[in-house]
Design a protein around this ligand. Structure first.
Ligand SMILES: [Zn+2]
Length: 415
């Protein structure tokens, strides 16, 4: 049984491993994972047996493609005890629901070792960005956690209005500001409009959605601090994070094997992951539902780390819109296309039918017709002329009650 501190010190060391060491670590942990999954998890045993695969056939990462990819839906369809290691009584595990807002709701069961590793991955990211114990940390997250004054960790909710978040920030004066991108952006815009720049944290860490260049600039300008973007999944922990070189996102290859499955229709790849630390409910070649672009440069980073990097996370497949020309258009491409539209501040793109987009735009006083024309022509370059684009101006765009605000939201049922 590992402790959080032991996991942290171990991860602090392994992030500097060279390629050969990383590969050796992945190979030996993978062999153990496969053997345990075969011996103790009905779902994998049946899966392997159905194609005549035995644990000794998997000698390392290079054999991974002998194992079929597993989707959330496939795991979900298996009886609960079939996907959980039979050595763990259910009441010893932590149940967590993931991706409930727009993705497929899924309940995962985590053992305490995995929870320690996941927390240690978070601490490693904080530490690498400059956080040290004892510093004030403000966390703007969807988790309903109680603040921990003895640690100087102050939790704010992503559901709070921007004005309240800005007020909490100005009052708490954190050294490190961590949070989901959208509330951070709104809070920054609010602080800027109030000309409230009396406090500057030493670092800002953004998570949960791909950070676009305009938002990064806004955060750097308002908070006067470097911005680190990170990417994680409940069932994997933090798997990609920026180092001080800010040249792509390092993958946590010491805890997770990340595969890029190229999508023939697109520039980005599907992220398929194997978690090397999760024993209670193994996730082997798990289709995360996220898209990313590999950096394409496997030389060591200038920071000295050898782990592979991704250029960017392209968002979740579930947030991709659909056109008759292209089955999956990443939200990133849409937001990138709209970055250059003057007078466009806050907006949301909704899709309910293929080849139809609704663009909700918060009124800013700019000429509506000009904004509408620019938005239409920018989007149509991506969707094609056959798509119908409806533009609606609204007083203010409020996030739906209890749900995350998504800049691009596809409501087409994909099941
Ligand atoms: Zn680096």
């Amino acid at each position: 049984m590992s402790s959080l501190i032991a996991s942290f010190w171990s991860l602090k060391r392994t992030q500097w491993a060279d390629r050969a060491t990383l590969r050796e670590m992945q190979d030996s942990r993978l062999r153990r994972l496969i053997q345990r999954a075969y011996d103790h998890v009905g779902y994998y045993r049946r899966r392997f047996d159905s194609i005549g695969l035995k644990p000794h056939h998997i000698r390392g990462v290079s054999d991974l493609d002998k194992i079929p990819v597993t989707t959330k839906a496939e795991l979900q369809a298996a009886p609960l005890r079939e996907r959980i290691n039979d050595e763990y009584p259910l009441d010893t595990l932590t149940a967590e629901r993931t991706s409930g807002s727009t993705g497929q709701p899924f309940t995962a069961y985590f053992d305490s070792h995995f929870i320690n590793v996941r927390n240690a991955l978070f601490l490693r990211v904080l530490h690498n960005a400059g956080y040290r114990p004892g510093q004030k940390l403000m966390l703007v997250t969807g988790e309903r956690k109680t603040s921990r004054p003895w640690m100087r960790w102050y939790y704010s909710s992503i559901e709070s209005p921007a004005e309240q978040l800005a007020e909490e920030f100005a009052r708490y004066r954190p050294s490190v500001l961590y949070g989901c991108m959208t509330p951070l952006r709104e809070m920054a815009a609010c602080l800027e409009s109030l000309h409230h720049t009396t406090h500057r944290p030493s670092v800002v860490i953004s998570t949960a959605e791909s950070l676009d260049a305009a938002t990064r600039n806004l955060l750097e300008r308002v908070f006067g601090a470097p911005v680190y973007d990170i990417y994680g999944l409940t069932e994997m922990g933090l798997v990609a994070w920026e180092c001080p070189a800010h040249n792509g996102y390092h993958l946590s290859e010491d805890t997770t094997i990340v595969e890029f499955i190229p999508d023939p229709n697109r520039n980005s790849s599907r992220l398929v992951m194997t978690n090397l630390e999760l024993d209670s409910m193994p996730l082997i070649r798990f289709q995360t539902g996220d898209l990313a672009v590999p950096l394409g440069d496997d030389r060591p980073c200038s920071c000295g780390r050898h782990s592979r990097r991704i250029a960017r996370v392209d968002g979740r497949m579930v947030d991709c819109i659909r056109t008759s020309r292209e089955p999956l258009v990443s939200p990133y491409r849409l937001t990138l296309a709209l970055e250059g539209v003057n007078g466009l501040d806050r907006y949301q793109i909704l899709q309910e039918r293929v080849d139809e987009l609704i663009v909700r735009i918060e009124e800013t006083g700019s000429d509506k017709q000009t904004v509408e024309n620019s938005v239409r022509s920018a989007l149509q370059k991506i969707t094609g002329p056959q798509a119908r684009i409806e533009v609606r101006f609204e007083g203010s765009l409020q996030p739906p009650d209890g749900r995350k605000f998504r800049v691009v939201e596809c409501r087409i049922d994909r099941t």
